[in-house]
Design a protein around this ligand. Sequence first.
Ligand SMILES: [Zn+2]
Length: 120
Amino acid sequence: MERRDSERARASLLAQRESILEKATPMRNGELEIDRDDSPDEMDVALAESNQSLAGRILERESKLLSRIEEALERLDQGDYGDCASCGEEIGVKRLMAQPAARLCIECKDEQERLESRSD
Ligand SMILES: [Zn+2]
């Protein structure tokens, strides 16, 4: 991977990390806007609870993505960014520009998704 491509990837990873942290921090602090009446009836409580678990799910997904971003930044520093974690082939600049935290090339990713959808 060319230096200017890896610099672009680094910039976009950092921007992505920034935006996740911006989104996730208020959720972690319980500041996700949950509409609650002053005197909530059962519906509102149920809604608030489901909002809470939605926030939990989003947080879980975001924190997974976050660790992938950290991992990708580490690989950038080590100079092995851009290689597929599964087959070792180059992931390809186009895919990395769209998905800078991608660990797999498109073939391995497709394969993984096939396996995951089967086990669901
Ligand atoms: Zn691969």
